[in-house]
Design a protein around this ligand. Structure first.
Ligand code: PRP
Ligand code: URA
Ligand code: MG
Length: 222
């Protein structure tokens, strides 16, 4: 992972060719919903694997068929709460949880309104109690204006103070990172790549389009 020195605690995986290859497939407009969801699952799995490198480990005794020796256990892996932001984060969470299988899971809905206010409607909130030893991971593939994550982090912090707050995403715009760092400076962010900018509809450029629509199809407006 590479720390982006424009901020404190913001990392990308542009040094990982495999993560970049999967990201390229997600960006490709020819990629349909099935491979798109599969790609989000893969990114969740591999970014969770990378994230374990930042977790606390402990030495434990282990007995092989031949002799006693010392083993390793990732202590923090047993104290994780994954917060999934509907819709687009569902496949991403599926990938994260393959590595972080002990995680407790919270689900929140968050749908973003139109420019320029980008009001966030957060109706469905089901979050477990958060303990001081927990690493809270908020999963959302896209960090554009940052409105969604600011609102979700505000809400999640009502459920108890955690040891760490980590955002895991696929693409982030500098504008969104700035916004989140303003209101939640302690939050660490891990994304596959940090893209160039937002367009005036609040979409990330070059981006990958609307992640929820790419994964599940565009909803119709009644
Ligand atoms: O950083 P922001 O400007 O808040 O934008 C990011 C949010 O926008 C998209 O959600 P959307 O409202 O499109 O819902 P969806 O995931 O169901 O498509 C995306 O999934 C993020 O949650
Ligand atoms: O580019 C973007 C920005 C916000 N939400 C998305 O799904 N894609
Ligand atoms: Mg969407």
């Amino acid at each position: 992972m590479i720390e982006d020195t424009r901020w404190e605690g913001v990392y990308s995986f542009e040094d990982s060719p495999f993560i970049m290859e999967v990201l390229t497939e997600l960006r490709d407009e020819r990629t349909g919903p099935i491979p798109f969801r599969k790609g989000l699952v893969k990114l969740g799995r591999y970014m969770a694997y990378e994230l374990t490198k930042t977790m606390e480990v402990e030495k434990i005794p282990v007995k092989t068929p031949l002799e006693e020796t010392t083993g390793t256990r990732i202590k923090d892996r047993r104290n994780v709460v994954i917060i999934t932001v509907l819709r687009a984060a569902i496949p991403l969470m599926e990938g994260l949880i393959k590595v972080l299988d002990h995680a407790r899971v919270g689900i929140v809905s968050a749908s973003r309104g139109k420019a320029p206010k980008f009001e966030i409607e957060m109706k469905y909130v089901k979050v477990p109690r958060i303990k001081p030893e927990d690493t809270v991971i908020v999963a959302d593939p896209m960090i554009a204006t940052g409105s969604t994550l600011v609102k979700v982090l505000d809400e999640v912090k009502k459920y108890g103070r955690a040891k760490r707050y980590v955002v895991v995403g696929v693409l982030a715009a500098p504008e969104g990172i700035d916004r989140i760092k303003e209101t939640h400076p302690e939050v660490e962010m891990f994304v596959a790549a940090i893209d160039r900018e937002l367009n005036d509809h609040g979409y990330i450029l070059p981006g990958l389009g609307d992640a929820g629509d790419r994964a599940f199809g565009a909803p119709i407006k009644l």
